[in-house]
Write a protein that binds this ligand. Structure first.
Ligand SMILES: NC(=O)c1ccc[n+]([C@@H]2O[C@H](COP(=O)([O-])OP(=O)(O)OC[C@H]3O[C@@H](n4cnc5c(N)ncnc54)[C@H](OP(=O)(O)O)[C@@H]3O)[C@@H](O)[C@H]2O)c1
Length: 168
C-alpha cells in the first residue's frame, strides 16, 4: 500500500486561514485533488477536516470513496462508508485492501502521519498567496523528514505542484 499526502498550501505553508477559510484554493486545485482521491478510492482526514469537508457541496464527488476519520472520540459518521479510527495506524489498517491511500489534512493529522513515518509520497499544490496567520501544513509536532523531489508541474497560470518521495 502506498500512502500519499495530498495538500494545497499558501506560499508560506498555510492550509487554511485561522478561521478555517480555504476559499483562496482554486477550482483547478480541487479538481486535481478530487481526481487523486477518486482514483485511490479512499481518503483519511482528521476530525476537524471531516466536519468542514463534508459540509462543502463538492464533497458529493466522494460519495463512492471510503473515508476514514481519525479521532480519539467515538461518534456517528454521516454515511456507512465513513469509518472512525483512533490513530493513523488504525486508519491504514482499515484501508489495507487499497493500493493507494490519500491522507489529506488537516495540519494535526498530517503531522501525526509524518511523525510516525507512515507517508511514502507527498503532493503539494502551491497557491499564489501568503497568509500571515493560519493553520500550518504540519501542526504542533517536532519531527524531521527528508524528501526527494520526483516531479513538478505548472497546474495553471499561477499554481505549481511539487511531488516528493519521503526518504525512509
Ligand atoms: N489546504 C488543504 O489542502 C486542506 C486540506 C484539509 C484540511 N484543511 C484545513 O485544515 C484545517 C483543519 O486542520 P487541523 O489541524 O485544525 O485539524 P485536523 O487535523 O483536521 O483534525 C484534528 C483532529 O483530528 C483528530 N486527530 C488528529 N491526529 C490524531 C491522532 N494522531 N490520533 C487521534 N486523533 C487525531 C483529533 O480529533 P478529536 O479531537 O476528535 O480526537 C484532532 O482534534 C481546516 O481549516 C481545514 O479546512 C486544508
Amino acid at each position: 500500500m502506498k500512502v500519499i499526502l495530498y495538500m494545497a498550501i499558501s506560499l508560506n505553508g498555510m492550509i487554511a486561514k485561522s478561521d478555517d477559510d480555504t476559499s483562496w484554493i482554486s477550482k483547478e486545485e480541487w479538481d486535481s485533488y478530487s481526481l487523486a482521491v477518486r482514483n485511490a478510492g479512499c481518503l483519511i482526514v482528521g476530525h476537524r477536516t471531516y466536519n468542514i469537508l463534508t459540509k462543502q457541496p463538492e464533497f458529493s464527488e466522494f460519495k463512492d470513496v471510503k473515508l476514514v476519520v481519525v479521532s480519539q472520540k467515538d461518534f456517528q459518521t454521516l454515511a456507512s462508508n465513513h469509518l472512525v479510527a483512533h490513530s493513523p495506524k488504525a486508519a491504514l489498517k482499515l484501508l489495507s485492501n487499497f493500493e493507494q491511500v490519500i491522507v489529506a489534512g488537516g495540519g494535526m493529522l498530517n503531522a501525526s502521519f509524518l511523525e510516525e513515518n507512515l507517508v511514502d509520497e507527498i503532493f503539494i499544490d502551491i497557491e499564489p498567496i501568503i497568509l500571515g496567520k493560519g493553520i500550518s501544513l504540519f501542526r504542533d509536532k517536532d519531527f524531521e523528514c527528508n524528501l526527494k523531489l520526483v516531479g513538478q508541474k505548472k497546474m495553471s497560470d499561477s499554481e505549481v505542484q511539487l511531488h516528493y518521495k519521503v526518504i525512509k
